[in-house]
Design a protein around this ligand. Structure first.
Ligand code: F6R
Length: 266
């Protein structure tokens, strides 16, 4: 695990954007796993700036989103379809037929989940999976006790996640859908690079458990301890409960030049 601690979310998002853009520069047809929520917003703004100011080309990139609510119409402002369109896709030159987001209104959800896994495989697998983390340690919507071997499927959100996400639904937990489709933990672990971002004090416990706690289905993000190329980029607040924070900072500062391109994904 590579842990990069940055002073604030803005600098952390810039480091993450550099990793992602370096990957797409090296591999213009990269397959990217994307996330929604508050955490990746500044990173998406960096990507949009790269496209608008420098003409960065996303036309050959393929994307797969982690998750989607079940039963929310695609045009609902809080659907992850709407979120991705509004916060990234409509601002860059990605090709619509290369965008994949689970369909929370699929008539046969189980068949749709199997097809989603197959589509990822057919695209050659994920080069990089971007992740946020829930305050309960979830990645995607793999809530605590999710199987570490899980694949794309439906999940029931925990009360904690429903309350955390109520801020997007007029602060009304009753408006937050209770069910979702999410890539599984095994799906995420198969990405050639896993890039997790976390900001703020509210993520400090989950981050400490993810990096320094035992591998446990109670903290689904701790499964990243098994990943050979997991990069965790956090701000000072999210790093507040790490025992080895100084070590991670020293290791990052002393990084040999041959290791400095963080995105070692092929
Ligand atoms: C979103 C997702 C979730 C979020 C997590 C953190 O696609 O998969 O795991 O990354 O709930 O959400 P924010 O970033 O809003 O704190």
């Amino acid at each position: 695990m590579e842990v990069i601690i940055q002073p604030d979310p803005a600098s952390a998002s810039r480091v993450a954007a550099q990793i992602l853009l370096a990957l797409v520069t090296r591999k213009p047809n990269a397959v990217l796993g994307l996330a929604t929520g508050g955490t990746p917003l500044a990173l998406y703004r960096e990507l949009i700036t790269a496209h608008k100011d420098r003409g960065f080309d996303f036309s050959r990139v393929t994307t797969f989103n982690l998750d989607e609510y079940i039963g929310l119409p695609e045009n609902h402002p809080q659907s992850y379809h709407a979120f991705m369109h509004e916060n990234l896709f409509r601002h860059i030159n990605i090709q619509p037929d290369r965008i994949h987001i689970p369909n929370g209104n699929a008539p046969d959800i189980q068949a749709h989940c199997l097809a989603y896994e197959e589509a990822i495989r057919n695209a050659g697998g994920l080069d990089l999976q971007l992740l946020g983390i829930g305050s309960d340690g979830h990645i995607g919507f793999n809530e605590p006790t999710s199987s570490l071997g899980s694949r794309t499927r439906t999940k029931t959100l925990t009360r904690q996640t429903i309350e955390d996400n109520a801020r997007f639904f007029e602060n009304d937990p009753n408006q937050v859908p209770q069910h979702c489709i999410t890539m599984g933990i095994a799906t995420i672990l198969e990405a050639r690079c896993a890039l997790l971002l976390a900001f703020g004090k509210g993520k400090a416990d989950a981050i400490a458990a993810t990096i320094e706690g035992p591998l446990s289905a109670m903290i689904p993000a701790s499964a990243l301890q098994l990943h050979p190329n997991a990069i965790i980029i956090i701000d000072q607040d999210a790093a507040a409960k790490l025992t080895l924070a100084d070590y991670y900072k020293e290791a990052d500062a002393a990084k040999p030049t041959w290791q400095q391109d963080h995105a070692t994904a092929p």
